[in-house]
Design a protein around this ligand. Structure first.
Ligand code: PMT
Length: 406
């Protein structure tokens, strides 16, 4: 936050709302004991500039536009602007006369020429009491502009994505359960990514310490049975189902009414739970895409491919959960996106990035696949002319003709 921004809002407000540190100075900030608590802070603007996917200044004052345009680097934001190679977006907000002033317009022109994306302000009643252009664009419009700048269009707009998350818990007695190490991080990242690409998200989640993304519909469950009921109940609304939860495969056949006493060895009979994914596939409607996950510790691709075929899903995301630092309860993950005839390697990255890469692949499944038709002697155009959308290419001459319908 710049000095000017802090005249309006306290850094603590942003820190509390975002859960992230708020940087207010170019220089190390000393605590009461004189320690900066952060030896890297003097080069933090460089680190942040390299790390950021985009630099968005909203609202951007006439002053900050002038500093950007003329390369004045005297605080954290302006030095970061010079140091970053990421896309820069500014959403100006100011008095109408300041906006229309030739100096401001010349600065904006300079910035546009240098590749800065200017999100034009709206016209209307301004805080200063005047009417005209100068009101910051609507936050949703700014968010869409950022997504476009990042090459992330709203390619899931209109989709209703049902995502299962976390692990389930199967009670043994009133205080104990069989569970697993799933934190929900991978699935919540998928929910956030799907939502930012325009989807409506229904998140059916086992117990997790995470906050769900705002605006998604959260359905909390505990056991595999509850997850099954929630998924099958919401499934008719979904156009895409992603089964990323770590569902228990077994549950104790008997749940003790009272806490079990320690009286020596204990044998517990386990019964298999319902396979929710298999049931989802059985109940699928035309046009519904179904993507499973596979957590494997050995023979990843062979086991993943066998699961894909056995469960009848459109694709399966196979992750190796035997390696340190990825998979369960980590912020990072790597996977292979398997379909019936493709295998796309998605190397280790943050779970949030991986979520977008998985969705890129899922969006690819929606694209019509080329269909190769072989004809002997028949007139190719006549076979496909009923479909006005189809593009026809005659791909070979001779007695056998091939046409590719895109
Ligand atoms: O939550 P994190 O800490 O971020 O960890 C993420 C993760 C490792 C849990 C996640 O990336 C993952 O791999 N999820 C799937 C875990 C799993 O249960 O895999 P599986 O191979 O046992 O199951 C295969 C598929 O069948 C899964 O889509 C699973 O949801 C589904 N299944 C399994 C059992 C069951 N009774 N019903 C099901 O629908």
């Amino acid at each position: 936050m710049t000095d000017a921004a802090r005249q309006f809002i306290q850094p603590l407000t942003f820190a509390a709302l975002t859960g992230h540190k708020v940087i207010t100075s170019l220089w190390p900030q000393l605590d009461s004991e004189g320690s900066d608590g952060n030896t890297d802070s003097s080069i933090e603007h460089i680190a942040e500039a390299q790390w950021a996917d985009a630099l968005v200044v909203a609202p951007a004052t006439a002053g900050i536009l002038a500093k950007f345009a003329h390369g004045m680097a005297d605080d954290f934001l302006t030095t970061m602007y010079l140091a970053t190679t990421a896309p820069v977006l500014v959403a100006p907000a100011m008095n109408v006369n300041m906006w229309e002033h030739p100096a401001t317009q010349a600065n904006l022109e300079l910035l546009r020429q240098r590749g800065v994306r200017v999100i034009e302000p709206d016209a209307g009643a301004l805080a200063c009491g005047m009417v005209g252009p100068g009101r910051m664009a609507e936050p949703e419009f700014i968010a869409n502009s950022v997504l476009n700048a990042l090459g992330r269009s709203h390619d899931l707009a209109g989709e209703v994505v049902l995502i299962t998350a976390g692990g389930t818990r199967e009670a043994l007695d009133p205080v104990r359960f069989l569970g697993n190490r799933s934190s929900g991080k991978m699935c919540y990242a998928l929910a956030e990514a799907a939502q930012s690409r325009g989807a409506k998200v229904i998140l059916v989640s086992g117990p997790s310490a995470l906050y769900p993304p705002a605006h998604c519909e959260l359905v909390k469950v505990t056991t595999a049975d509850e997850m099954r009921a929630a998924v099958l109940g919401r499934m008719p609304d979904a156009t895409l189902v992603i089964k990323s939860a770590a569902v228990a495969d077994y549950r104790p056949s008997v749940v003790a009414d009272q806490k079990l006493k320690r009286t020596g060895p204990l044998t517990v009979e386990l019964l298999p739970t319902e396979d929710i994914l298999a049931e989802v596939v059985r109940q699928r409607k035309p046009g519904q895409l179904i993507v499973g996950f596979a957590a494997e510790t050995e023979n990843r691709l062979e086991n993943g491919r066998a699961k894909l075929l056995r469960k009848g899903v459109d694709a399966i995301v196979v992750n190796d959960v035997s390696r340190e630092g990825v998979g369960f309860d980590s912020d990072r993950n790597g996977a292979t996106f398997l379909t019936a005839n493709t295998a796309t390697d998605l190397p280790e990255m943050s779970k949030r990035k991986l979520a977008d890469r998985i969705l890129d692949e899922v969006v690819g499944l929606r694209r019509p696949q080329s269909l190769l038709v072989e004809l002997s002697g028949a007139e190719p155009q006549a076979q496909v002319s009923e479909d006005p959308e189809a593009e026809v290419f005659v791909a070979g001459a001779g007695s056998r003709r091939q046409i590719i319908i895109e």
